[in-house]
Ligand binder design. Structure first.
Ligand code: DLL
Length: 430
């Protein structure tokens, strides 16, 4: 099913022509109308006339998260010529947030992209979407809200949390689709299980749109089994309009990037050089349609790869693999490089474990993995627990090459998360 079949299946040569036209226009515009790019181009000696083909994209300097902070609040804003109707911010770990401005056309385009995303998963006017993402400065809920309204289905703007009420809304209004983070989905699955709710009998849920933080295939399967839904991976970032940059279609073999809106590159994060399709690296994105605040060659820090070849759904826009983490997520523990996603993959594949975990780094370089047991596996038999604990330790050691201390904790005892989860606590004194 298509929202805009012509653009979604545009033959590659035409798509690339369109990209080049939009890229040239964007580069000319930011060079003359933003303080930041005017300076940056002057410093690096870049001239907009250097863009003659898409391959010339590499001549452009990168834009980083630090650039956005240093030029806060409006160094990247195009002055005038549009109606500014929205501001979102994205807060990082430290310092000033990043300010993201949107014109009326930008909001409309972002909604259009979401309408394409939802339609390609088979959602239609008859559906009811419960939007369990945070409404506010975060782009997650509002952008999907506008896109779903554009599609013409009913949205329940429940926001996250208050699981009791979420369940009530789902039951009373026969919600068919939900949009939420993987950590809240795992928590909510526990919640309904405790209530004795059988989602397949008691609820009308069909689809769950899950994103805003990394998660594994194992977690997808766990959520699908527990909530009786099909899970679609959705990716985006505030700097590029929020959700809807890349989204899975019904084939669920990677996330299509709307290439009429974004240019994507995968680079080696160390050297900044491009890597071939199929090879893992850092995703770099350039906006092609943003009016108020275009961003060129943005270093997302997200680690992924372009999937070579066409998708069975017929869309010509290329796909990205599931994001495996951020280049700045990597932990170095006793000399080994460890990504939290490796740990999650193991934990979610072991029967008997619950759905919540926490990685703590302490002391001189000690890793403690705390994981909740599932209600069913907590039978009070100590030998069962000891066996499970050593099984987990062994599997983790084989994967990450470091032997962590594994602590099995009572179901529901770790901090629950409704938005983006904090999975790593680093209190090392190195
Ligand atoms: O998280 C936008 C969004 C909202 C996407 C709702 C999907 C659904 P930010 O708060 O700016 O925006 O965070 C962006 O979150 O660079 C990734 O590191 C991470 N991220 C987002 N979606 C995924 C995903 C929103 N599906 C940052 N898988 C990005 C892995 C994701 N990581």
């Amino acid at each position: 099913m298509f929202w805009d079949q012509e653009i979604e299946t545009l033959p590659r040569p035409e798509l690339e022509q369109l990209q080049l036209k939009r890229l040239r226009k964007t580069v000319r515009k930011v060079a003359s109308e933003t303080v930041f790019y005017r300076q940056k181009f002057a410093e690096t000696g870049f001239k907009p006339s250097a863009i003659k083909s898409l391959a010339d994209l590499r001549r452009l300097p990168f834009t980083t998260s630090a650039d956005l902070r240093a030029n806060y609040p409006d160094g990247l804003l195009i002055k005038g010529g549009h109606d500014l109707i929205r501001l979102h911010t994205s807060s990082g770990t430290t310092g000033k947030p990043k300010a993201l401005f949107f014109s009326r056309k930008d909001i409309d385009q972002a909604a259009e992209n979401i309408a394409r995303c939802l339609t390609m998963t088979g959602l239609g006017k008859q559906d009811i979407l419960q939007n369990m993402m945070t409404y506010g400065l975060f782009t997650g809920a509002l952008m999907v809200h506008y896109g779903a309204e554009k599609l013409g289905l009913m949205v329940i703007p429940s926001g996250p949390g208050n699981s009791e009420k979420q369940l009530l809304l789902m039951q009373d209004f026969r919600t068919t689709a939900i949009h939420l983070t993987p950590s809240y989905a795992l928590y909510f699955a526990d919640f309904i299980e405790k209530r004795g709710v059988d989602p397949r009998k008691d609820l009308a849920l069909r689809k769950a749109y899950i994103g805003a933080e990394p998660y594994t295939e194992e977690t997808r399967r766990k959520i699908e089994a527990a909530l009786g839904v099909e899970v679609y991976n959705c990716y985006g970032l505030s700097e590029m309009n929020g959700p809807g940059v890349a989204f899975e279609c019904d084939a669920k073999q990677g996330m299509h990037v709307w290439e009429d809106n974004y240019l994507m590159e995968i680079i080696d994060p160390q050297t900044g050089e491009p890597v071939p399709d199929g090879q893992t690296g850092e995703l770099v994105l350039t906006s092609l349609c943003r009016e108020a605040m275009p961003i060129l060659r943005y270093r997302t820090r997200d680690i992924t790869a372009i999937i070579p070849g066409p998708c069975p759904c017929g869309r010509t826009h290329r796909r990205l693999q599931r994001i495996t983490g951020r280049s700045d997520d990597m932990l170095i523990v006793r000399g080994a490089n460890v990504y939290p996603q490796q740990i999650e993959r193991i934990l979610m594949s072991i029967p008997g474990l619950g759905r919540n975990y926490l990685i703590c780094l302490e002391g001189l370089d000690e890793m403690i993995v705390k994981v909740e047991l599932s209600d069913a596996s907590f039978d009070g038999q100590v030998e069962h627990l000891v066996k499970l604990q050593s099984q987990i330790t062994e599997k983790l050691r084989a994967e990450i090459l470091v032997r962590p201390k594994v602590e099995l904790v009572m179901p529901g005892s770790l901090p629950a998360s409704e938005g983006k989860a904090k999975r790593v606590i680093d209190k090392r004194i190195l």
